[in-house]
Design a protein around this ligand. Sequence first.
Ligand SMILES: Cc1cc2nc3c(=O)[nH]c(=O)nc-3n(C[C@H](O)[C@H](O)[C@H](O)COP(=O)(O)OP(=O)(O)OC[C@H]3O[C@@H](n4cnc5c(N)ncnc54)[C@H](O)[C@@H]3O)c2cc1C
Length: 410
Amino acid sequence: MNRPLHHSYHTVAIIGGGASGMMAALTAAQVPERRVVLLERQQRIGRKLLATGNGRCNLTNIFAKPQDYYGSDSSFAKPALMLFTPHDTLRFFTNLGLLTTTEADGRVYPLSDSSNSVLDVLRFALTQAGVEQFCGASVDAVIPDEQGFRIEYGGDRLEADAVILACGGAAGSKLGGVMDGYRLGKTLGHKRTSLYPSLTRIVTDSEYPRSLKGIRVQAELRLTRGDILLADGSGEVQFTEKGVSGPAGFNLSRAAATGGPDLILHLSFLPYRRDDLLELLLRRVQTFPSLETSELFTGMLHNRLGRILVKAASLSPSAPLSALSVPQLMQAAAICEDFTLPVSGVEGFEAAQVTAGGLQTAQFDPLSLESRLVPGLFACGELLDIDGPCGGYNLQWAWASGALAGRLGT
Ligand SMILES: Cc1cc2nc3c(=O)[nH]c(=O)nc-3n(C[C@H](O)[C@H](O)[C@H](O)COP(=O)(O)OP(=O)(O)OC[C@H]3O[C@@H](n4cnc5c(N)ncnc54)[C@H](O)[C@@H]3O)c2cc1C
């Protein structure tokens, strides 16, 4: 392939009509006279976007910084994220007429609280910009040829001078997460890393989580293997049938998926250290000596959680509080400060919000997102080996990388 380096790219094909593909298309279409074609295998564009943020679409996080992202070489994401910051995302959507609201933790949502609003303004913009949208067009092959690329989809074909792979990752398989992008990349010589589900439920020993199912609590979390701290965080945790979810649980799921065997999840339920907790429990015993031990944590924690901690501390729930010894109270305080759950893994790609891993970033130029192997081929979004925490970070990467890829090296 000896195509010129500075190609004017008259026809640009974008494979994948998700967040990053739509942004890439809108950016590419800023060049007058250029034909921009967005190919989407599903019957409509932006299907996953509609499901984001529980249907509210947490479209960015104003606190997102390049160092918040993960990947084999997370610094790869920096140029894209610096060129298109969360404030650029806000400006971009404000210009399209989207009203937004920003929560205290930096999460940005449409004021309408409906992800439809985000997709609607993107659809208007695509139409206004003259982007051709081919839905139900599942791309089977991208073949470099003398003119550029031949793109084959469902028995049809399209010639393009440049191609942007924006096929997303394997996560959210019910919403269209597929392996296509990795497969198309492979046929073009691109390698991928191992793939792991991330931002998903952590599966643990289920005895206690099952009894706590549905309860949401604020907690500090740590994930360890032996003496090694693999990840930590704090925030809302929700107990499920098989383990834990909620934003704080999700944020540790990447480490749980990639951290190997013998992992332990530690939860600390109250903002007190062990000695202070012991003081609180001693006071409870003095105030209500004839209460049953099952009420030891009542008023401090969700009732069901309090009773589970009593059980986990091997205390007799029906015995009066006055019968508890100081070592037993110390044990209860210790369990409340460090409640441990052996981890057996994470739930799969179907439930995951994002894919950890992807096309190897070393094979792309971080300043343009152009392939180092195939000139005129670009990639963006979740397909690349970059992912972020829960809270608008992954869509921010999709917008930023889509905006950079859509510049097509200019
Ligand atoms: C349930 C859920 C909730 C989420 N909530 C949030 C949130 O609130 N905030 C946040 O920041 N992130 C959230 N995420 C993550 C975020 O949605 C993704 O990281 C983001 O959509 C990735 O954008 P993308 O363009 O790379 O991929 P996608 O949005 O997945 O788009 C890829 C598109 O390519 C299409 N495609 C694939 N293969 C082909 C092919 N062969 N031919 C043609 N088209 C193809 C797919 O159908 C899809 O439409 C959530 C994810 C899920 C699953």
